[in-house]
Write a protein that binds this ligand. Structure first.
Ligand code: MG
Length: 158
């Protein structure tokens, strides 16, 4: 088995929703990003890549490449998933934590998990999503952005 971890941050800017796990979550701000800014999917991608020492999302999808501008991050996730499958592994489980003062994630967490499970073709109980504030401390506490931390376990395909 192999373990991987991923971390990502995106700043808030103008906008009316945040794309999280491929779902649009209504908010009074959006993400400032080259892609759709899906901080959760980016951290999951880095966890999958990290588990097999395949580099990071910036190596596979360079922000300098206009091909990825405003790209749906589900495309990144599917690509990373295909890479680990090609190496003979499958997902055991993925555990995610979002850090932000706002918006509240709980009302959207089931929809986000369902979407991620669908994109990755895994069961709902293989993808966990938690959320926390940082007690009004730091950039997340000042509502300047959101952070995501993810751990995944990969197992050899049977
Ligand atoms: Mg990112």
């Amino acid at each position: 088995m192999r373990i991987g971890q991923g971390f990502d941050v995106h700043a808030f800017g103008e906008g009316e929703f945040l794309t999280l796990g491929g779902i649009q979550v209504p908010h009074n701000k959006g993400f400032v990003a080259h892609s759709d800014g899906d901080v959760l999917i980016h951290a999951i991608c880095d966890a999958l890549l990290g588990a097999l020492a395949l580099g990071d999302i910036g190596v596979h999808f360079p922000p300098s490449d206009d091909q990825w501008k405003d790209c749906d991050s589900s495309v990144f996730l599917k690509h990373c998933h295909q890479l680990i499958q090609a190496k003979g592994y499958e997902i055991g489980n993925i555990d995610c934590t979002l850090m932000a003062e706002a918006p509240k994630i709980k009302p959207h967490s089931q929809a986000i998990r369902k979407k991620l499970a669908q994109v990755l073709d895994i069961h709902l109980n293989q993808i966990s999503l938690k959320a926390t504030t940082t007690e009004q401390l730091g950039f997340t506490g000042r509502k300047e952005g959101m952070a995501a931390s993810v751990v995944c376990l990969l197992k050899p395909q049977v």
